[in-house]
Design a protein around this ligand. Structure first.
Ligand code: PMP
Length: 300
């Protein structure tokens, strides 16, 4: 961890140790806010516009007004990376409801807070991509779509944290959540794919999953490579009997899953289609066409 990193809060940059918000912020008191996790690779912020669009969509759903325009926020992200001299980074953008009183009513919060943290994030061991990871299907159901659904990236991640506690307790790497109908929704912070007889399958976002940006890119890459990709409801049995399975997400990128609830997936090793997609993904995410250059000024 680099203690010299600067953090953006509402138009100003503060050293990490002094980058604080009020204990009366409803983001802290109630998880009232939205966020994005973004990665930069070799000076390219991967799919930055798409992440910013999703942030504003999440904010729109919870009726939170972000003070910056999209271009201002993009510039603030790029400027934070430049100030911290980062070309490879994990970026966290957080917009909280702001300071209110101790009641829930968001109308008490006058102005939202915008925070940009640029740092590093490693999700699994360094061998995870070569050996694959182990997961459980947890008893924690994904929030229904008519609740604090993970279709939006809100600050309410207790549902995911409970799933993570269960996977920790089971001694495995990740948890997979079902929705209230028993269909597969997603991981705790990742989308899920499986492969059956050469066909790539993933749950629809109506199963309560986030419309992941990595998910979208992987679907695009897979189609470009000539694979058939289908979005459909999937059951635990579909998953246990899959030839291959993998997670996608900004944090994990693409990571193969080789065991679920102690059932071996396929041959128990990262398999050909997953490896092909991982390979293609790692070639493409540095491409300036897939993002915004850190040296760029948005809107120009
Ligand atoms: N689902 C959830 C619940 C997430 O929080 C995330 C992001 N961490 C994802 C899926 C993956 O989305 P993305 O590829 O856009 O990072």
């Amino acid at each position: 961890m680099n203690s010299k990193l600067l953090v953006y809060i509402n138009g100003k940059w503060y050293p990490k140790a002094k980058a604080t918000v009020s204990v009366y912020d409803h983001g802290f008191l109630y998880g009232d806010g939205v966020f994005e996790g973004i990665r930069a690779y070799d000076g390219v912020v991967f799919k930055l516009k798409e992440h910013i669009d999703r942030l504003y969509h999440s904010a729109h759903v919870i009726m939170l007004t972000i003070s910056e325009t999209k271009d201002e926020l993009i510039n603030a992200i790029l400027e934070t990376l430049r100030k911290n001299n980062l070309r490879n980074a994990y970026i966290r953008v957080v917009n909280t409801r702001g300071i209110g009183d101790l009641g829930i009513d968001p109308r008490k919060c006058q102005k939202s807070n915008s925070i940009i943290i640029t740092d590093y994030l490693t999700m699994h061991s360094s061998q995870a991509k070569e050996t694959g990871i182990r997961a459980i299907i947890t008893w924690i159901r994904r929030n229904p779509v008519d609740s604090a659904s993970h279709e939006i990236k809100s600050l309410n991640y207790l549902n995911s944290i409970l799933g993570k506690i269960e996977s920790n307790n089971a001694g495995v790497d990740e948890a997979i959540c079902l929705n209230s109908q028993g269909y597969i929704s997603e991981g705790i912070g990742e989308n899920l794919f499986l492969i059956q007889k050469g066909i790539i399958l993933t749950p629809p976002t109506s199963a309560g999953a986030l419309r992941g940006i990595t998910r979208g890119f992987v679907i695009q890459l897979a189609k470009e490579l000539g694979y058939v990709v289908k979005e459909q409801n999937l059951t635990p049995t579909d998953l246990f009997t899959a030839d291959e399975a993998f997670f996608t997400g900004t944090g994990v990128e693409i990571v193969p899953i080789v065991e679920i609830n102690r059932r071996r997936i396929g041959n128990g090793k990262p398999s050909p289609i997953t490896k092909t997609l991982m390979n293609e993904f790692s070639k493409r995410y540095r491409d300036p066409k897939e993002g915004i250059l850190i040296s760029e000024i948005a809107g120009s």
